[in-house]
Design a protein around this ligand. Structure first.
Ligand code: ADP
Ligand code: MG
Length: 683
């Protein structure tokens, strides 16, 4: 944004240029030196030989050996991109890994990110159609590419990285690739994994060879607590200060927490304590890292710690194997992870904090032993480690909601789901529940065949439920004409986790939107107000809303809008508005109806002991509480208003309590029957 003023050409200037050039050359040469120190470097030739001789190769090594950053460069150097004719794809389970690693590789290759080396994650494509040869992407993005190009013809090599994570998308990719490798003999598949589960991959791919790269790892001293911790966050924080004040040896601390909220809470608490201790302790640099962390913040975790300071990395399990942060000597591990799971009997998805597996906590401990001997503080008992923890994490495919995946497979023409090759088969009840849900959404007809609406839902770069909301808001005879509003709310829901800078939503809501009836309406008002100021940065500062988050929301909204145009939604919406003589009466109820049509499973009903979720069933379910951050929570408390009989929620969160987040009261019960008669008529 600043203007570059050219200095006058004189001796001093030329000298400065020379020094800069030298520094630049030195930087490049040290990066090249660093590459040579990585364990994979010694095996470069053997690896390339093995890849030449085998169509499929599994590469296993300790985390931090250089698989993710180096292997794709080796392939490029060995000519697999055929002078730019082909691309090399590298998949990652997490967005942050895709962006951070591609930035690193671009730097190593001394190119601009987004040209020769790029990344592609949902709503953010930093690749160049002609120039990109190394493409880092989320596994979900590669999965979507099958829709447009079922043979993946533009790739000569595909590296499925972090395969041990066994995300749903990775498992499905492996199944699809198993088929196309049969008739695309020129396509190479590399499956790379940390040191777990590798024989399972080999068996799946006709006993293909496993290439083991010996790693280096220094011993790590493991400490357990003597009793279970009642409050692991508190325990983690005091452990951090103990290490920081007592340990003479320099070295950074890596703390494993479960998610953004927890990380931000911990960060605040640590900062308060550090401030109180003042100059009594050495300076601490606190750096969070989690999936939705904006890119400008990500780079901070890799900046080397200045002497005399200690870096405290507060991470989700992204730092377990996906990202390696140099300089970690201490690991603090409460032993928990947030998992997405699905209960087939009710058809509900939930985000749940669960104990890690032994394999996971061992990986985490290993992060302390990369640069030298390290220490790991486990905030659970030794007994628990040996008696309570599962050996391995459960693959996502046997615990997650499969609706989206099933819809994608059906639209790819794969109709016999039970025959589809999978490392682990999901239960039949889970599969049939997804089919039932897809039927309720109108994506399948009663014979289980994908409908036109189903294909449209699949074409959207977001969950089919959101696509259904948008479709309804543009075209349903009872509520069309509110596409713009729903588009805004959906875009906000997709990104809004980091919108209100550490503040309660309600405080912000009063200052911006006045009284609103639901979180959905709050999101809409906030965005509209901001848009009315011509997307002003100042407005965000005044209202303590994250400007960068809103910019990303706008970007998502623009992309979804173009998608709506392509699929004809915008025209339908315009026609509906026209029919209503240009002014839509009661847009709020139309918006509510649109969301009901997309999320009939996410309706909770008021019973004798508060709300309980119902899913597709008439009874049973889980008792839930409206999350304190919701404006609906504030209303029922402050105004002693009678709670509405039904409430729609966007997220079910199981932590210390069962919470529903992003809620909207269903003020008129007949909407449920109107919009989803299949489910609600019989109630
Ligand atoms: P693996 O995939 O085998 O776990 P990586 O290729 O991710 O190993 O890491 C190799 C090295 O590259 C590590 O020392 C790591 O610290 C470094 N590295 C990776 N990404 C970055 C980054 N964005 N910034 C700085 N260093 C990085
Ligand atoms: Mg890696």
């Amino acid at each position: 944004e600043t203007d570059d003023v050219l200095p006058e050409k004189d001796a001093a200037y030329e000298n400065e240029l020379l020094t800069r050039l030298e520094a630049e050359q030195k930087r490049v040469s040290t990066i090249q030196e660093m590459r040579k120190l990585l364990p994979v470097y010694k095996y470069r030739k053997d690896l390339l030989d093995a890849i030449r001789e085998n169509q499929i190769l599994i590469v296993v090594s300790e985390t931090g050996s250089g698989k993710t950053t180096q292997l794709p460069q080796f392939l490029f150097e060995d000519g697999y991109t055929k002078n730019g004719k082909f691309q090399i794809a590298v998949t990652q389970p997490r967005r942050v890994a895709a962006t951070a690693v591609s930035a690193r590789v671009a730097e190593e290759m001394d190119v601009v990110l987004g040209k020769e080396v790029g990344y592609s994650i949902r709503f953010d494509d930093k690749t160049h159609p002609q120039k990109t040869i190394l493409k880092y992407m989320t596994d979900g993005m590669l999965l979507r590419e099958f829709l447009a190009d079922p043979e993946l013809l533009k790739y000569s090599c595909i590296m499925i990285d972090e395969a041990h994570e066994r995300t749903l998308a990775t498992d499905i990719l492996l199944g699809l690739l198993k088929d196309i490798l049969l008739h695309r003999k020129d396509l190479k598949l590399i499956i790379s994994s940390a040191t777990m589960n590798s024989t399972k991959f080999s068996k799946f791919f006709y006993n293909c060879p496993i290439f083991n790269i010996p790693g280096r790892r220094f011993p790590v001293d493991i400490h357990y607590t003597l009793q279970p911790e009642a409050n692991y966050l508190q325990a983690a924080i005091s452990t951090i200060f103990q290490i920081h004040t007592k340990e003479k040896v320099p070295g950074d601390i890596l703390v494993f927490l479960t998610g953004q909220d927890e990380i931000e809470t911990a960060r605040e608490k640590i900062e308060i304590i550090a401030e109180k201790l003042g100059s009594g302790i050495k300076p601490m640099i606190i750096t969070p890292i989690y999936a939705n962390l904006p890119q400008e913040e990500q780079e901070k975790i890799f900046i080397p710690t200045p002497p005399g300071c200690r870096k405290i990395v507060l991470a989700t399990n992204i730092a377990e194997t996906s990202l390696t942060i140099d300089g970690i000597k201490y690991v603090v591990d409460p032993g928990f992870v947030k998992e997405n799971s699905f209960v087939p009997t009710t058809g509900m998805s939930q985000l749940e904090t669960v104990a890690c597996s032994r394999a996971s906590v061992d990986q985490r401990a290993g992060r302390a032993g990369r640069v030298g001997p390290g220490k790991c503080y486990r905030l659970f008992t030794k007994w628990s480690y040996y008696n309570e923890l599962e050996l391995m994490p459960k693959p996502e495919i046997i615990r997650a909601n499969l609706s989206n995946t099933v819809l994608l497979l059906l639209s790819l023409g794969i109709t016999d789901l039970l025959k589809f090759p999978m490392l682990d088969k999901p239960s039949v009840s889970s599969l049939s529940k997804s089919l039932e849900q897809l039927y309720v959404l109108g994506a399948l007809n009663s014979k289980g065949i994908i409908t036109r609406l189903g294909r449209i839902m699949c074409a959207f770069p977001c969950e089919p439920e959101f696509a259904k909301v948008l479709h309804t808001s543009a075209s349903h005879h009872l509520c069309a004409g509110v596409l713009e509003e729903c588009l805004t709310i959906v875009s906000m829901l997709l990104e809004a986790t980091s919108l209100f800078a550490g503040q309660r939503k309600a405080t912000t809501s009063n200052s911006i939107a006045g009284k609103v009836s639901s979180d959905h309406m709050l999101y809409l008002r906030v965005y509209e107000e901001w848009a009315n100021t011509n997307y002003s940065r100042l407005w965000c500062q005044d209202h303590k809303v994250q400007y960068k988050t809103l910019r990303r929301v706008k970007n998502i909204r623009d992309q979804l809008w173009r998608c709506c145009e392509r699929l004809g939604f915008t025209a339908l919406n315009a026609a509906a508005t026209e029919n209503a003589n240009g002014s839509i009466v009661n847009p709020e109820s139309r918006i509510a109806k649109s969301f009901i049509s997309g999320f009939p499973m996410n309706v909770a009903q008021l019973g004798t002991s508060g709300y309980h979720t119902t899913g597709l069933k008439k009874s049973g379910g889980l008792n839930v509480f409206i999350h304190p951050s919701s404006v609906v929570f504030q209303q029922t408390r402050e105004e002693a208003k009678k709670p509405s009989r039904y409430v729609l929620y966007q997220q079910l969160l199981l932590t210390s309590k069962e919470f529903i987040k992003d809620c909207m009261p269903v003020t008129n019960e007949s909407w449920l029957q109107e919009m989803v008669p299949q489910v609600f008529n019989s109630r």
